[in-house]
Each structure stands twice: as structure tokens, then as C-alpha cells.
Design a protein. Structure first.
Lengths: 323, 323
């Protein structure tokens, strides 16, 4: 398939493997890229600059296809020198960066000087327009359905994707609520030039999380996520487990972030990922978990999506049109 | 275009004009039907049974195409004898009914005895499955983006439509967040067999509401709706005006429905519709108001949607597929 995104990024399919903290390793990114999608490694998953350098090198050793590095700015509690991370990314020879969180404006000169294409992830049309003005190449727009941080405006992808696509000149990637060919074709119909999938790539053979968590996502339905952190204006969509319910309860009682912090700690999240106990920590997943029913390899996943997209367009639509 | 819905209902396009209280008159329904969509009159917009009988007769005099009557059960405060309404509808010779609110189970025998096809509108997959079991012919599933009552589970159409379509054997109509050809093609990709549009039909020449309200919807963006009545478990999406903000404020302070009732009265709503003052009452509209930019006739609207859908499928997709 050929869209403005595949042409610009040099990838075979208009599919991006969303940058996921603690999940976006070299192995997963390389597997996604080898399958014809754009794999994305998350820079902050590596605790040191040397670690990031090595992880990028590792990804390059695993694939000769394009891959990207995600840099999420300003949403992690620990002190991070982003300039140093940007410097490592620029020197590494990586040609595509996905930014998220705060505006990538402070880093745009460095990225551009190194010929890096910048995909900026945001959740509102006005942020997307600002990103376009500062020179990002692609906007990846996250709707209400997404895992992680959908923002505070709660606009579903069905409305947000076309609103963004018609407002911007640069290509738009649809993110949130998409897990299969149906979502891909819908996003392309709505004006997007590609899709970003996170939860779907979490439930692949190559994702570095415990099989037990993958299985829980296979079993969940579309109603089993919930929003937390709204009272802190940092809304997050997570799996509806007892920890999420407890956080929501504390928030409803007016509790501040200090009172929920221990519940949602990275340590607890790691524990869930590594033990497969979905009640052990906060698990970030989108409502499209309800559409995920298998645990394929990245190669199988991308192959199936493209083959089913072909069926939707060339069989389903064709029969409706000629009817 | 030919889908399971167009075949079953005998309509030219897979588009339904949503049943709208106070807006779904014979004139609007007939205009939608004459344009090739399925027009829907709302039974309860008529204050008496005789009024409904006359309105159905009027609609029949204005179109020889199929149209439907909407019966919304159990969500209006006043005492209504639904059996009497059902009786009038059955005797009128109408062949399609759209039900909403409570389950249509008590009326299914009467509808079926009169050869009436039943489209039931609901907001969750489990309600849709129950509707299928009791014999409804079509489920119209309303996502989070919709105007009016999206339910309490907040599942965006991007996920809810495919979840419903894969769970049901009967055809699914996608409702909420759709205002144009992009939404139509997206819904068909997601597995729906047609779309339901309310807000979009409100902003047509034939809709019996003041030009000033239509103009405000043309001007709004996708962030200018808000949810109210969540604390009463009767969530409604409405235009974000000072009345909606005041209701939300009272709810946040723990106020009961008695305290907001005067603000959202039918009288105030009528005032907004009739004077064009969007601050005069609660105005029911969906976030796809942000995608609406003109006030066409129903005929122009349907023509444009079908022609643009053809472009998306035969030009945009074809060029992506052939590369």
C-alpha cells in the first residue's frame, strides 16, 4: 500500500508501532520494521545514554529497514536531560524520531540538521497545528480511545482524525482505537495517511511482556479500560483492574497525586509486565483491547491486516458499489 | 450503493436520518426519504395520538419512498401510554419503526404482526445482543461521540462499531460522530451496513429549527460539546453553552436532578430552537458538529455524501492500492 506516509518514511505499509514505555525495545521495533511497519524504540525505556546508544545499535543489527526512536518529553517524574538524549539520537544516524508529551520545538533544529523526519504525537487539533508551524513532518493524532494519555478534551477518533486531517497540510497518522484492518481502512477513509497501534503490538509474540498480560488483553472486552488521573489533568486510559479502581476512588474523594503515587509506581508496572499478574500494577492499554483476539508474530499481524484491508476495499466495497 | 440495510429497508443509500425529538417532523423525514435516505419521524414530537396519525399521513403525502417512525420509550418525564402509540403506528401502515430508550420487547409481537421492520437503537454490545435475541431486524449502535444519550460506558464508535458488527448476525447501523462521506466509508469499513446521522440532518434547510442554531453548529468545533447528567446515570451530550456549564456545576456540587430540571426544560429547548438563541436552552448536538460546515438541502447532502464516498473508494483507495 502506498500513502504519503509510506512514501515519506520509506516503509511498505502505513502502519506504525506506537512508542511504548518499557515495551518499545530494539527487538519489538526491529520485528515491526522487518514486518513492513515502522518499528519505534522508546528512548526512555533505556535508563542511561549509553544504554540508548547500545539499543539503537542493536536495533540496527536486527533490521535493515527504517525504524524510529520515540522521545517523550516532560511526563516522566525523574529528572532527565533531554538535550543529551537528543544528542545521542542525532549522532546515532537514526532518520525518524517520534516525539510526544511537550512540544518538540526546542529540539527541531538539531533534528533537522541531522536530516531526521519528526513525527509528533498530540491529542488536539490546535496542538497539531502548532506542530505543523514549527516544522514537524507528520502529526500522529491520538483520539479518546487511546491507551495512555488521551488529553482532556475527549474527542473520539471518528471525529478527531478527519478534523485533524482537514486542518493540516502535513500528513496525519490516526492513533487510538485501532487494532486491525477495519480500523486501518476506516482511518484512511477519514483522511489519515496511516495508523499508529500500541495495544495491538503489545499483544504480539515479540513484545517483551509476560504472556499472562497478553492473554488478559485477548480476553478483555471494549468496556474494560477506565480513565484515571483526570483530577490531576493528566488523564490516562488503563486496564480496569483493582489498582485503577482504587486510584479512581481516591481521586473521587479529592485525594492528591501523592496519595496514589505508590499504587501506580513504575515498580508495580514492571511487576505486572514481568509476572503476568494484571492486578500487580497499572497496565496501560486502550479500549481496542476488546478487538484483539490472538497473539501473532509481528509478521503475521501485518500480513493479516494488509490482506484483510485488501478484502475490505476490493471485495466488500466493490460489491457495495457495483451492487 | 447496496448493503444489507438498503436491501432490507428498500432505500437507495445506507443512510438513516436519526429520530430527533422536536426535529423529526413529517417534512424533514419526507425530505430525507425523497433524497434516498431513510427519513425518521419521531412519534413523541406529536403531543397526541391524533397528531401522530395526522403527521404520518402527512409524511405519506410528501413521499412515496420508505420512511420510519421513531418511538423512544421510557426516557420522557411525562406519562405516556406507549401501547396506544404502538397501536397508532401499527394501524398507520408504516413499515419501519426505530425504537430507542428501553427494550422494544413488549411491542415486538404487535410490530411483527403488522410486518414492521424494527431498528433498535442502543449503546452497548450486550444490549445489542439482547435486541437480536428478541427479534429486532437491525441494531443502530450509538458510540460515545453521539448527541443525546451515549450511555455510561464511553466506548468510541471506532471500537464500538466493529465490536457490535462482529458480535451480531443482524446488520448494524453506525451512529454518532458521523456527518459526511468520510464517516460513511469508515463505518462500512468497520463492519456497519449503514449510518445514522442526527446532527448533520439538523443542519439542513428542511430541519424545523431556527437558522441561528444551524449557524452555530456550522461554526462550532469538535470540542464544543459536553456531557451532562452523568451523576444521574442518564448522561447526555449537548452543546457546551452556559446552561450546560451551569448544570455541570450543580452536578459537581452534588445537586440532584430537581435542581437542574428548570434549566433543561422542554420549554427552554423550544425557545432555543424557535428563537435561534443557543444560550436559551439545552441544545442536543454531537461532536461531529465540528465537521459540519454548510446548510444544504437533504437532497444536496445525500448527493454530496454519495459522490464523495465514491471518490474515497474509487479514487483515494484505488490509488493507494495500485501504488
Amino acid at each position: 500500500m502506498k500513502t504519503r506516509i509510506t512514501e515519506m518514511l520509506g516503509i511498505e505499509t502505513p502502519i506504525i508501532c506506537g512508542g511504548m514505555m518499557r515495551v518499545g525495545t530494539a527487538e519489538l521495533a526491529a520485528a515491526a520494521s522487518n514486518a513492513g511497519a515502522l518499528g519505534v524504540m522508546t528512548a526512555l525505556t533505556q535508563p542511561t545514554l549509553e544504554g540508548l546508544e547500545a539499543e539503537i545499535e542493536k536495533c540496527r543489527s536486527l533490521t535493515d529497514k527504517p525504524f524510529a526512536v520515540n522521545l517523550t518529553v516532560g511526563v516522566v517524574a525523574t529528572e532527565i536531560n533531554y538535550d543529551d538524549y537528543v544528542d545521542v539520537i542525532c549522532r546515532s544516524g537514526v532518520k525518524i524520531v517520534e516525539t510526544a508529551g511537550r512540544s518538540p520545538e526546542p529540539f527541531m533544529d538539531a533534528f533537522k540538521a541531522h536530516g531526521i523526519k519528526v513525527i509528533h504525537k498530540c491529542v488536539a487539533v490546535r496542538h497539531a497545528l502548532k506542530s505543523e508551524r514549527i516544522g514537524v513532518d507528520v502529526v500522529s493524532i491520538d483520539g479518546f480511545e487511546c491507551a495512555g494519555h488521551p488529553g482532556e478534551a475527549d474527542v473520539g477518533g471518528l471525529v478527531l482524525f478527519p478534523a485533524a486531517a482537514q486542518a493540516l497540510k502535513i500528513p496525519v497518522v490516526a492513533s487510538g482505537g485501532i487494532a486491525d484492518a477495519r480500523g486501518l481502512v476506516a482511518a484512511l477513509a477519514l483522511g489519515a495517511e496511516g495508523i499508529n497501534m500500541g495495544s495491538r503490538f503489545m499483544v504480539t509474540q515479540e513484545a517483551p511482556i509476560h504472556e499472562g498480560i497478553k492473554q488478559k488483553i485477548v480476553e478483555m472486552d471494549e468496556t474494560q479500560t477506565r480513565l484515571i488521573f483526570r483530577s490531576y489533568r493528566n488523564t490516562a486510559r488503563v486496564y480496569k483492574n483493582s489498582i485503577a479502581d482504587k486510584v479512581a476512588e481516591i481521586e473521587a474523594a479529592g485525594g492528591d497525586f501523592g496519595q496514589v503515587h505508590h499504587l501506580v509506581s513504575g515498580q508495580n508496572q514492571e511487576k505486572a509486565w514481568s509476572t503476568g499478574d494484571i492486578e500487580a500494577g497499572m497496565v496501560t492499554v486502550g479500549m481496542c483491547g476488546g478487538l484483539i483476539n490472538d497473539i501473532p508474530t509481528c509478521k503475521e499481524l501485518i500480513h493479516n491486516i494488509m490482506s484483510e484491508a485488501d478484502q475490505i476495499i476490493n471485495d466488500r466495497f466493490a460489491s457495495m458499489m457495483t451492487g
